[in-house]
Ligand binder design. Structure first.
Ligand SMILES: *Cc1c(COP(=O)(O)O)cnc(C)c1O
Length: 358
């Protein structure tokens, strides 16, 4: 008896539609890196057949999609790092981000069978991947004259701070990108989910939503519901034991929580071994019979405890929702000092996945 992750494919399609409504003039790469943010790479790719294109971080993720018969355009956001990856990009007709001189070097020293669609990545302030604005012109010239590169090189950048509408960094990035891209007169891409939701100026030819497709908001202090999104993953489990303890009884590891009165305590079959965050403190809500019930004490590897004082009718076997439908993952993430992205990616192998809404 352990937790299951229910993946609602109709919610996924709804969220794709929502991204399209917010950026109606743009085409869209559905970002499905990291096993589709923990939701299952192929399951999500197949459900997003209506997306113009897909994006992943690494060549091997894209190759897995191609081998499974996915034939939409696929953009590899980090590009290739070895001659084998370069060959695979050509062979499987992947689009690649070109973000460092080493990639130009690989293009110079290896020939490929079919030319590759390239996105020149400009670092406008994220300071992670990309050419600095003063190095973009020479990379642009190189790519546009290279026989291994398809005609029509495009340009892209990535926002560092789009989740905060009051942060001036985003406007500075948009202005910097415009100075670079204006010279090239080609297709551009800037917006992640935060750009799509909060920054109209970032909705250019192509947008790249990730987290919003899974129903969570990237904007700080907001949830997917606020953006008209529906949660795709619901992580649920069951109560496997109920015990009554007297006032003063410590609960769980280190006895960090002590019963203030005689009370019933439930044990739920979900812990950090399933991907429930160990740093979720006492008082983090869990949904039991549609009501929020506080978690108490330390989260263990396989189990966590609930304070049942508000739920006199709760029984062994009752279902609980840890996040998802009725309980935003953003809220649990906030309590645990992380973000919904990390909760989704952290759901472990032993959790059983189920699909609904196909
Ligand atoms: C992950 C990623 C995205 C999607 O970001 P979200 O915040 O999940 O929407 C878009 N572009 C790049 C380059 C990324 O790495």
């Amino acid at each position: 008896m352990g937790p299951s992750a229910v993946i609602d494919l109709s919610a996924l399609r709804h969220n794709l539609q929502r991204a399209t409504e917010l950026a109606p003039e743009s085409r869209l790469y559905a970002v499905i890196k990291a096993n589709a943010y923990g939701h299952g790479l192929l399951r999500v790719a197949r459900a997003l057949e209506a997306a113009d294109a897909l994006a992943v971080a690494r060549v091997e993720e894209a190759v897995e999609l191609r081998k499974a018969g996915i034939d939409q355009p696929i953009l590899v956001l980090e590009g290739f790092f070895t001659s084998d990856e370069l060959k695979a990009a050509s062979h499987f007709q992947l689009e690649v981000a070109i973000q460092q001189p080493e990639q130009l070097e690989l293009l110079s020293t290896h020939t490929v069978s079919e030319p590759i669609t390239c996105w020149l990545k400009v670092d406008t302030g994220m300071h992670r991947l990309g050419f600095q604005p003063d190095a973009v012109d020479s990379a642009w010239a190189f790519l546009n004259s290279h026989p291994s590169v398809s005609k029509g090189v495009r340009v892209m950048t990535h926002l560092s701070s789009g989740d905060d509408l009051s942060d001036p960094a985003t406007q500075a990035q948009l202005s910097s990108f415009q100075r670079s891209s204006d010279r090239f007169n080609t297709g551009t891409s800037i917006a992640n989910s935060a750009g799509i939701i909060g920054w109209p100026g970032s909705r250019t030819d192509w947008v790249r939503p990730g987290i919003m497709l899974y129903g969570a908001s990237p904007m700080s202090g907001r949830t997917g519901l606020d953006e008209g999104l529906r949660p795709v993953m619901t992580l649920k489990s069951r109560i496997i034991a109920i015990n009554t303890f007297s006032k003063g009884s410590p609960i769980g590891y280190s006895g960090s929580w002590v019963c203030p009165e005689t009370m019933r305590v439930a044990v739920v079959a979900a812990g950090y071994g399933d991907g429930y965050p160990r740093h979720a403190p006492s008082d983090t809500p869990v949904l039991l019979n549609q009501k929020r019930v506080p978690l108490i004490g330390r989260v263990s590897m396989d189990m966590l405890n609930l304070d049942l004082r508000s739920q006199p009718d709760a029984q062994v076997g009752d279902e609980v929702i840890l996040w998802g439908e009725g309980l935003p993952a953003e809220e649990i993430a906030g309590r645990a000092g992380t973000i919904a992205y990390e909760l989704f990616c952290g759901v472990t192998q032993r959790v059983v996945f189920e699909e609904i809404g196909a």
